[in-house]
Write a protein that binds this ligand. Structure first.
Ligand code: GLY
Ligand code: MN
Ligand code: MN
Length: 448
């Protein structure tokens, strides 16, 4: 299962149809990043670059030149190199770029200074995302200056730099059938990994052991990389929104929040579940958890084509604020609490974000100053939460340190939405039942 060559070709064609007359687009790949002496971080391709050609190597540059007689898609990439390939691995080389990635023309990256100015020369406009990478910006300027230096010999430098990202990101926001299949797979693998973490969890384990469980079960099914650094927060650690230390012991009587998802063929899943370390919610935990679940249900009820992006958020704010007042965690009237945003003491993030090649995927949330209207093919997360700081002296002690988030991934369909991550239980009874099975199995195993 993957994105086929034809789909990459269609994407490039659509982008080129959108480009203005007599223009050129230049998109660099990602680079390897050093982690420590002689070791690198795992390489992750730049999402825009990947979206346009699927070429998996670093140190490459994609160039689109609509109407170019000798081919519109030019790729610069690392040359074949027997020694480097023995040490670092296979390279497609320019010939492979043409054969396997449908490049019309391909050149060694080391020749880019000689060749690219000639491709730019005579084009009036350059589509390039300036400001992302200082070193590449400088090279771009040096190529333009190379052309400027030849003006007296009749060369025409481009007069305009244009933003490519806006249109490209809008394309990425609408997922194709093939993309949705990959996202379903990422979601399914991640959901199953969450179930395994729930099953194995018991007091005395460490947060990193749940993380390891998630990574192991994801990788075993092809979700080889996490889509982001996992958050595994026991007890009050769940109140730190981006807690990634994951080193503490999980205590009897606490909740644990796991926010983790794998990448499958570069597409992300993003799931959060919160459950009791010992398998049973106490009354306060149950009250907060049930409220977050109710907020999520209210948000789902606002997701359909034609509804706008902020409706699910507004619905979740209303339910959470109402519930917090009922529980005595907020005082006063609903309207006033919403107006003054006092709920933000407990619910300080938004309901979700677009999901795709990036976990916080690209795409505008407002169009012409108005919230974006949901349309089929968009994929988003729905992730309300309540976090009661352990230091919050304005609330009774029994509530302090409880942090709950529930996060699912949904695709907008013609007639509503489809949840991609429903394989992980989230009803209180389902979670307790699953964790009880686990305990029974554990007890039986210890008798053998
Ligand atoms: N995992 C990051 C997020 O939920 O947005
Ligand atoms: Mn998320
Ligand atoms: Mn998340």
């Amino acid at each position: 299962m993957s994105i086929n060559k034809q789909e990459f070709i269609r994407r490039r064609e659509r982008l080129m149809e959108h480009m203005e007359a007599n223009s050129i687009a230049i998109v660099p790949s990602a680079h390897e990043k050093q982690r420590s002496a002689d070791t690198q971080f795992p390489f992750r391709q730049d999402s825009n670059f990947h979206y346009l050609c699927g070429f998996p190597e670093p140190d490459a540059v994609l160039v689109l030149i609509p109407g170019r007689e000798h081919g519109e898609f030019v790729l610069f990439c690392r040359d074949k190199d027997r020694t480097r390939e023995i040490w670092d691995g296979y390279r497609a080389g320019p010939a492979g770029a043409v054969e396997y990635y449908a490049a019309d023309d391909a050149f060694p990256i080391d020749d880019i200074d000689e060749i690219l100015p000639g491709l730019i020369e005579g084009r009036e406009r350059v589509y390039y995302a300036m400001g992302k990478e200082a070193a590449f910006d400088q090279r771009m300027m040096s190529w333009i200056n190379t052309i400027r230096d030849k003006v007296r010999s009749g060369a025409t430098p481009p007069g305009e730099f244009l933003d490519l990202d806006h249109f490209l990101h809008d394309m990425r926001l609408f997922k194709s059938a093939a993309e949705i299949r990959l996202m379903e797979k990422a979601a399914q693998i991640s959901a199953e990994a969450h179930v395994e973490a729930m099953k194995i969890c018991k007091p005395g384990m460490y947060e990193y052991q749940l993380d390891a469980t998630i990574q192991y079960h994801s990788a075993m099914k092809g979700g080889l990389e996490p889509a982001y650094t996992s958050i595994v927060g026991g007890g009050a650690n769940a109140c730190v929104l981006h807690y990634i230390e994951n080193k503490q012991k999980l205590n009897n009587g606490d909740l644990v929040l796991i926010d983790a998802g794998c990448e499958y063929q570069a597409y992300a899943a993003d799931i959060t579940r919160t459950f009791p370390v010992n398998g049973c919610f106490n009354p306060e935990q149950r009250a907060i958890y049930s409220l977050v679940l109710k907020a999520q249900e209210a948000a789902f009820a606002c997701i359909a084509p034609g509804r706008h992006w902020n409706e699910p958020h507004e619905a979740s704010v209303k339910v959470i604020t109402e519930g917090l007042i009922e529980l005595g965690l907020l005082k006063g009237e609903l309207e006033q609490n919403i107006e003054e945003a006092s709920y933000k003491e407990f619910y300080m993030h938004r309901i979700g974000h677009w999901l795709g090649l990036d976990v916080h995927d690209v795409g505008d949330y407002k169009v012409h100053g108005q919230w974006r209207v949901l349309e089929p093919g968009m994929v988003m997360t729905v992730e309300p939460g309540i976090y009661i700081s352990p230091d919050n002296e304005a609330v009774e002690a029994r509530w302090r340190g409880i942090g709950v988030r529930i996060e699912d991934d949904v695709v907008i369909c013609k007639d509503g939405y489809r949840v991609l991550t429903s394989a992980v239980p989230k009803q209180v009874e389902e979670i307790e039942a699953l964790m009880a099975t686990n305990k029974d199995e554990g007890a039986q195993a210890s008798l053998l």
